[in-house]
Write a protein that binds this ligand. Structure first.
Ligand code: ADP
Ligand code: MG
Length: 615
């Protein structure tokens, strides 16, 4: 609500691994919300520098200077366990520290105000969401409450739930979560409304900074979006390309200088920053070079980088993208010749080789670049936000979305076999029930282990949670029947209910309450912490403003006093008094860089009082 009692419209947020973007549906169209720097996307980074916190552009700019305290990639940790092999792999590349927290949760360690502090990935992501919320509030001049947040189509249940928690911590009411490629297709559909005749098949190819997503969908005239299949890799994107480049540079440094810089986090931070920039340049020129002064032990680094080298280093990953795309088409039972449009989303689709490989795969077909690859996801999310929050706009109301579940869901049965209850690519919301039998004589209890994944051995999949059904009436094996019911809501989140048919006693697994997930109390604590940080950030800004104001005033009076000396309109003892006050304040400011807001204010008021004759 604002002062006039207006409720801010619900916004759409693309919470990306590397960049985030917010948009809103207003005045019958989508507006991408620029941040305080005027940028339409905001780096998903948080920096802890001395006694203050920076989020977004400010944080990214610190990367080369203070790598251990700049957190990025939190999305890669979200909803994952510390022991996850992907987490273990990533940790080797991150300049910041990650440790094992309770219940196998990863925790990020930073030094803040001279003390070590631990954060969950959800907390870091919530800081980014808060920043997006504030950006939108400044833009709309209203308090933003409701939001649609996007997630990679391939996110599993824990990752989705963790993302939802992230929204709550940031003080947002997450009215819906939609898949990123679906959001991009909505953007395309709305932008190309007049060109869509009947029903068309589209393939959304979203290659971003951290994740890769493909969706095969149909768009029907009028705005019906139906997802046929999704596939992807939550660990494939621009940062992997950067890492390959960094590895290459490290090898070159070793080869040329015989020095190993792998232990030098600052050097690695600078290299990563330079490699990302080089990668972008190589998307429009065929050759460039990396030059870094005093990279390691005072030795400079210089390397010519060609586009061909970049492609060679990353070819394996580009091939993987095409293989995943094929799976998605197979799952949708669609021939590649039936795809009418290939929509490019995500910053990494600007890589010429990726475009070329796609074009070749689709036999020379032109790729659709009409939607902005950085903004399409937020655009679609904002359309959905308007729809879910009841916008009366016809083009928004006409949007109908049929999404699918990205991974198969089921339980473990005897011999660690994975028994699927809801297969992947089933339209959601959806529910299905399956019966199971006891496997031992007089079995009185049974553990229901819920997994998500595509492997036939249950333990190769992702364990979402488990619960016990007890009080089964004693009977020979195979007599007592257990009913299991799986339900997926529109956000793709699962609830499992199971019970003994003969007794009618049911148990429910709400995965959000499972061990390893955040409890209500933990979320509340984080919400409070988030408020605290916001307060601290504000205080810091207040202090910085007061500091600048005093410095500014000093500068002004120093100039003024020179003029007065010439004109000599002021008595000399008065002039002396002013000069003393100026010198004293200048010295005080130099010695008290970290002075609190109130002292800065007092000093300024005092100086203004003494020097008022000057103005
Ligand atoms: P995410 O959604 O994962 O946050 P984005 O879609 O914002 O990612 O894409 C960011 C990624 O795109 C980064 O890895 C960035 O380096 C890469 N990128 C941006 N522009 C280019 C370009 N011109 N050439 C190659 N890669 C690019
Ligand atoms: Mg993205």
């Amino acid at each position: 609500m604002d002062g006039k009692g207006n409720v801010a419209p619900a916004i759409g947020i693309d919470l990306g691994t590397t960049y985030s973007c917010a948009a809103v549906w207003r005045h019958n169209r989508i507006e991408i919300i620029p941040n305080d720097q005027g940028n339409r996307t905001t780096p998903s980074s948080v920096a802890f520098v001395d006694a203050h916190r920076l989020v977004g552009d400010g944080a990214k700019n610190q990367l080369a200077m203070n790598p251990a305290n700049i957190i990025f990639d939190a999305k890669r940790l979200i909803g994952r366990r510390f022991s996850d092999s992907k987490v273990q792999e990533d940790m080797k590349l991150w300049p910041f520290k990650v440790i094992e927290g309770p219940a196998d949760t990863p925790k990020i360690v930073v030094t803040y105000k001279g003390q070590e502090k631990e954060f969950l990935a959800e907390e870091i992501s919530s800081m980014i969401l808060s920043k997006m919320k504030e950006t939108a509030e400044a833009y709309l001049r209203q308090v933003v409450k409701d939001a649609v947040i996007t997630v990679p189509a391939y996110f599993n249940d824990s990752q989705r739930l963790a993302t939802k928690d992230t929204g709550t911590i940031a003080g947002l009411n997450v009215i819906r979560m939609i898949n990123e490629p679906t959001a991009a297709a909505i953007a395309y559909g709305l932008d190309n409304k007049s060109d869509i005749v009947g029903k068309i098949n589209v393939l959304v190819f979203d290659l971003g900074g951290g994740t890769f997503d493909v969706s095969v969908m149909t768009i029907e005239k009028g705005g019906i979006f139906e997802v046929k299949s999704v596939a992807g890799d939550t660990h494939l994107g621009g940062q992997d390309f950067d890492n390959r480049m960094v590895d290459h540079c490290v090898l070159e440094f070793k080869r040329k200088r015989n020095k190993d810089l792998t232990g030098n986090q600052r050097a690695l931070g600078r290299l990563r920053f330079a490699c990302e920039k080089t990668k972008r340049i190589l998307s429009c020129t065929s050759q460039t070079s990396i030059e870094l002064d005093c990279l390691h032990e005072g030795i400079d680094f210089s390397l010519k980088f060609t586009r061909a080298k970049f492609e060679e280093l990353n070819m394996g990953m580009f091939d993987k993208c095409i293989a995943i795309l094929e799976t998605s088409l197979n799952d949708a039972k669609m021939k590649k010749s039936c795809v009418d449009q290939v929509i490019l989303v995500g910053g990494s689709t600007r890589i010429p080789k990726v475009q070329l490989m796609l074009q070749e795969y689709f036999d020379g077909r032109r790729l659709c670049k009409s939607v902005n690859p950085d903004e399409a996801v937020a655009y679609g999310a904002a359309v959905m936000a308007a729809k879910v929050s009841g916008s009366i706009d016809k083009s928004v109301q006409d949007v109908v979305l049929h999404d699918v579940t990205p991974l198969s869901l089921g339980i473990q049965v005897i011999g660690e076999v994975f028994s699927v209850v809801i297969p992947r690519n089933t339209p959601i919301p959806s529910s299905n029930a399956k019966e199971y039998f006891t496997t031992r004589d007089n079995q009185s209890c049974i553990d229901i282990m819920v997994y998500q994944g595509e492997r036939s051995k249950s333990t190769d999949n992702h364990l979402l949670g488990k619960f016990r059904i007890s009080g089964i009436p004693l009977a020979p094996k195979g007599v007592s029947k257990i009913m299991t019911c799986f339900e997926i809501d529109a956000n793709g989140i699962l609830t499992v209910t199971a019970g003994v048919i003969s007794t009618g006693k049911m148990e429910k697994l709400v995965i959000s309450n499972e061990k390893g997930r955040l409890s209500k109390e933990e979320i509340e604590k984080m919400v409070n912490d988030a408020r605290k940080y916001k307060f601290e950030d504000k205080e810091f800004k207040k202090k910085a403003d007061a500091y600048n104001a005093l410095e500014d005033y000093l500068y002004k009076v120093k100039n003024k006093i020179k003029e007065y000396k010439i004109k000599k309109r002021v008595r000399s003892e008065m002039l002396k008094k002013m000069k003393n006050a100026i010198d004293e304040t200048t010295k005080w400011l130099e010695d008290n860089q970290a002075a609190p807001f109130a002292e800065l204010q007092i000093k300024k008021v005092h100086l203004e009082f003494v020097c008022k004759l000057l103005f």
